[in-house]
Design a protein. Sequence first.
Length: 359
Amino acid sequence: MKPSIETKLEQLSRRMLELESLLSAEDVTRDMEQYRKLTKERADIQPIVERFHQYQTAVSDIATAEQMLGDVDMRDYAEEEMRLGKERMLDIERDLQTLLLPRDPNDERNVFLEIRAGTGGDESALFAGDLFRMYARYAERNRWQVEIISESVGEVGGYKELIARIIGHGAFSRLKFESGGHRVQRVPATETQGRIHTSACTVAILAEADEVGDTVLNPADLRIDTFRASGAGGQHINKTDSAIRITHLPTGIVVECQDGRSQHKNKERAMSVLAARIRDKQQRELQAKEAAMRKSLIGSGDRSDRIRTYNFPQGRITDHRINLTLYKIEAMMDGDIGPLTEALAAEHQAEMLAALADG
């Protein structure tokens, strides 16, 4: 094991003892916020410390077996114990490296899914609809909830733009690599000559901000406009100024919400999306600085990056970041995108492990 990693593990062991002491104090629950932080920290480092103790036990067992090598009657037993101990030590070391990888604090959060039609006109809007169905079916497979926050329907179907909230434990960890440009190659239903068209959509996955403290919005930085909702008609449409448009003046970010009948509900939803976008912008700026030193294997996640191609005539989906092609487009468009999301997560983990080994 590298000395730097062993030093880190020893520090965590000492911190674990400190936490146990702090959490056993009689007045520990007097400050519930601090108590929650300490409990969470202990839960985070406990698996690492326990595995490190198992590693130390394996090292001790090998040392004990080495001392028995001088005894002719015990040599075979000692050699076997040393072999098993070294295998166990290597397994534990691999586990510890994975456990020590920095955790994305957003991984357990709900997400806002934003899909926008790009080049390709009506076909792009239809593809946006197909992408939303794909993510909605994937959410269904994971027993997550999906609620549409805002939508602009295409002239022949699909969406020019759609914002949805996906509510489920770990939603961000599974979907965070979906941000970017998605390109489709297929024969549109309106094409009489049978020619293949190429169109594109952009997808953005934003981690939902916590209700408290995550992103502080200064009311002086906001311009809030109300207007009448536009839509396909119906008894509740166009009767009140229930739709909300919020402009964040420092960044120029604009969010509209007109799906709810209540102005208060629309404002609440729009503020949630705005907070998530601002937080996402801040994190991207921070990541851009870090990327100058080390470019992520999975890519910047920039909305303009072409990350994936959906080729219907050939029945394939290709993710360009990891050069992975899967010939199961129908199943994947029906929400079976686990093989893609898992491959992207594994590649990202492999890159982080390489960085840890280099560090």
